[in-house]
Design a protein around this ligand. Sequence first.
Ligand code: APR
Length: 239
Amino acid sequence: AYDPIHRAALLIRDARSMVLISGAGLSVDAGVKDFRSPSGWWRSIDPRTVATVEALESDYDLFHEFYAARITQLKTVRPHRGHGILAEWEKRGMLACIGTQNVDGLHQAAGSRNVHELHGTIRAFRCHACGAPHAEETFLQKRKCQCGGRLRPNVVLFGEMLPQEAWDAAIAAIRAADAVLVIGTSLQVAPVNQLPFLTRAGRIFINAEETGHEDQFDVFIKGRALDSLAAIQERLELL
Ligand code: APR
């Protein structure tokens, strides 16, 4: 019988250089809003008004309010057991690295070490004008840089280049991968949505909803990340 949990467990058990590509759906089970689900951020806010350089420059108050709200929400958020299972798989040599679109730092908080933050991080801040680093509190207090410039989180805004080192590392990892695990992403944002298809390796997709890309994967598990990872882990222990 076709049991996607079992098929995924077999692929993951035999992998020696598996790469995970994760998106906002993975953090939903920790209480973090995603973007394109019915309850996602972009259902109530036009991303062009908050997640672009143009927004930062033309309406800093709204830009600041959006990121300050997300930073404040994250203060009460902890990684869930699925993040922990992924960190455990890395420790056991089953997961080589993570290329994440998430900026929340939850993979690292759960113990994952080889994490490439392809869309940057909301946990660090800099001056948009001179690039000087600044503390979270300075950003939250809406202070300016000594140079007079405005502060922003180190997230990749729409239209900005991805961090070159993280991108190059993710490309190299995908090219060497013998399995690719994709969790909690609508696969709508380039160039990360191309990564899973740059390798001939076995591809597993775990997502709460169909995205239209399911037929490009060897295994598709329609479900929540937390439940699916727990079910795969349970099956691995039986193999
Ligand atoms: N478990 C698994 N999948 C889930 C869960 C869950 N608990 N909750 C939601 N999902 C799925 C949704 O069905 C959706 O397909 O996760 C996916 C999240 O997709 P998006 O909200 O588009 O998030 P993501 O793909 O990470 O967005 C990519 O877009 O806005 C930019 O820079 C931002 O990094 C982000 C990028």
